[in-house]
Design a protein around this ligand. Structure first.
Ligand SMILES: O=C(O)COP(=O)(O)O
Ligand SMILES: [Mg+2]
Length: 225
């Protein structure tokens, strides 16, 4: 068996312009061990990706708010609190690029995502008042409950698969990957990663985005587990 993988999507499997890199279609189908997609995006995105890659659906979405394995979905995180906080943020003249009607949030079940053009200071102030946190992925601000993380999601999936969570190799690029990096025995931040991810990773590779991930996957593919 190859090594099990916990892969972030945005910034890790993508190009610098945010498109899915074509090499995922070469490297991930037929990976000879579980592949978990762990993302801040809403649930439909990684589901679609698994579908088109022909991978079993083992998914952490919404930064740990949604965990899906063996056909079973668990939701963690207080969606109503997040929307309540968003309303307060908007009442205080916080700017909104994406609202409930946006496809970014339309299927989001445990949190709310705001564009990076949002007023970060105001958002953090309101989050604090509601007992929520703001996660900055470099692609969006996520207003969410403090509890659920990608790392917690990976523990749940690893348990269900009967594999130690530490045995996963994690690759990511931002602060929402720190909890995964802390859980596994081997973690990599790609060259475009933010400070938090760089600090938490065992190794920071110099190549950026999918260039970095593809090089790692080619190397890992050779390794027997
Ligand atoms: O949706 C985001 O903000 C980031 O998504 P990611 O966790 O796949 O990088
Ligand atoms: Mg990312």
């Amino acid at each position: 068996m190859a090594v099990p993988l916990a892969l972030d999507i945005d910034g890790t499997l993508t190009t610098p312009t945010g498109r899915l890199d074509h090499r995922v279609f070469e490297l991930l189908p037929g990976w000879d061990a579980p592949v978990v997609l762990a993302t801040g995006k809403a649930f439909p995105y990684p589901i679609a990706l698994c579908h088109f890659l022909g991978l079993p659906e083992r998914i952490i979405a919404e930064n740990g708010g949604v965990v899906h394995v063996d056909g079973e979905t668990t939701l963690r995180g207080d969606r109503e609190a997040a929307w309540g906080a968003l309303e307060t943020y908007a009442d205080r003249d916080g700017t909104l690029e994406w609202g409930a009607e946006s496809t970014v949030n339309r299927w989001r079940e445990t949190e709310v995502a705001l564009s990076l053009s949002a007023d970060e200071a105001l958002l953090r102030e309101v989050a604090d008042e509601f007992g929520l946190v703001v996660v900055d992925t470099g692609f969006a601000y996520h207003l969410k409950s403090p509890g659920p993380t990608k790392g917690e999601g990976l523990s749940v999936i690893a348990d269900r698969l009967g594999i130690p969570a530490e045995s996963f190799v994690a690759i990511g690029d931002s602060e929402n990957d720190v909890s995964t990096f802390e859980l596994v025995a081997e973690s990599y931040a790609v060259g475009n990663a933010d400070e938090a991810a760089r600090r938490a990773a065992d190794t920071v590779v110099s190549e950026e985005y999918m260039d970095g991930t593809a090089a790692l996957l080619r190397e890992l593919r050779q390794r027997e587990h």
